[in-house]
Design a protein around this ligand. Structure first.
Ligand code: COA
Length: 318
């Protein structure tokens, strides 16, 4: 049974921070950031909350899908942190849009949107849902150390959403994990517990950039090879590859390996940086708005992230 995507939306903070602004307080330059990552600017929340961005994306997606809050059977938010550790971001969204269905968060790093699609597919397959709202939301500006030039320049804030209905768009889905927090993590503080010997830790994102880069290129290549072997598809059968927008060089690496033209590997990392689990749904929403995604096309979605997690999906666009 599975699903099809019947509406998408995005929520982005108004504030645009260009590379030049970063160079005003960091030992960095527009030239370094663009040449290493392709990023030219990112959005950073000034007044918006995580819930605000997620609700904007959700309301757009529901309007386009023609689905009312009362019709939703499940809300899934992929995020590494909404406005609260508890309640979940999904509950905050449900309250704001007026939905009462089960609502929960899922943390699979930057692959969260694909993990959410997988959970949604299981709900459709078991007959427990007819309409599901899936949101990827990240407010990375709250988690990076703004003094750490090799990390803070990479990330941005944003949300992307999709409303799923019953259908048969999903042609392939594979998820995986190489469980290891060391290459990419954000610790949670021990609070002010007087009975612990553990030292307090700064609650900021830690990343070994080169290690993550090598992991990303390795798993993306392996994911594509695996998907083609299992489905019989080849690069020529895929109209668009929506690769997690972490670094333009990673997207280019995969494209060059497959010998495919640039237009089949769309990017928006130059405008938003890495918005983690929001990156694929934001990109999808923009491509639909531009008319770049058309019925009958085949899309390949693939991502990698903290966990370390990875995954891919092939969708036949209806
Ligand atoms: N501005 C200027 N110089 C910087 C800099 C910045 N913003 N950030 C790092 N540098 C410096 C480093 O300190 C280093 O200097 P050194 O040689 O004197 O030590 C030099 O630039 C090269 O650093 P390096 O880490 O080798 O650069 P790189 O080409 O590997 O690019 C990343 C760094 C982070 C852009 C790259 O490794 C990457 O994209 N990794 C994957 C990250 C990712 O995708 N994370 C999210 C996963 S979901």
């Amino acid at each position: 049974m599975s699903f099809e995507i019947i509406g998408t939306g995005r929520g982005l903070p108004e504030q645009i921070i260009e590379n030049q602004r970063m160079a005003e307080f960091l030992d960095t330059s527009d030239e370094w950031i663009v040449s290493r990552t392709g990023i030219r600017s990112r959005r950073v929340c000034r007044t918006e909350t995580a819930t605000d961005l997620a609700v904007t994306a959700a309301e757009q997606a529901m309007k386009k899908a023609g689905v009312l809050p009362a019709e939703l059977d499940l809300i899934l938010c992929s995020t590494i942190g909404g406005d609260y550790v508890t309640p979940s971001l999904a509950c905050c969204v449900a309250g704001r849009i007026g939905a009462t269905c089960p609502s929960m968060d899922l943390n699979a790093g930057c692959v969260g949107f694909l993990y959410s699609l997988s959970m949604a597919a299981a709900h459709f397959d078991s007959g427990r849902a007819e309409k599901i709202l899936v949101i990827g939301l990240e407010r990375m500006s709250s988690w990076v150390d703004w003094n750490h030039r090799s990390i803070c320049v990479l990330f941005g804030d944003g949300a992307g959403a999709a409303v799923l209905g019953k259908g048969d768009s999903l042609r392939y889905l594979h998820l995986g994990t190489e469980g290891d927090p060391t290459p990419l993590n954000r610790p949670i503080s021990i609070g002010n517990n007087p009975f612990t010997d553990r030292p307090p830790v700064p609650e900021v994102l830690h990343m070994d950039g080169r290690r993550v880069f090598k992991f990303a290129t390795r798993v993306l290549e392996a994911e594509i090879t695996r998907a083609f072997k299992q489905t019989g598809f080849s690069s020529e059968d895929i109209d668009l590859f929506l690769i997690h927008q972490a670094n333009g060089r990673i997207v280019d690496y995969v494209r060059e390996k497959l010998g495919q033209p640039e237009e089949k590997f769309p990017k928006n990392v130059m405008r938003y940086g890495n918005t983690s689990s929001a990156s694929i749904p934001i990109l999808l929403d923009e491509l639909l708005e531009e008319g770049a995604v058309k019925p009958g096309q085949t899309l390949f979605l693939s991502a990698f992230g903290a966990g370390l997690t990875y995954g891919s999906a092939i969708l036949n666009w209806k």
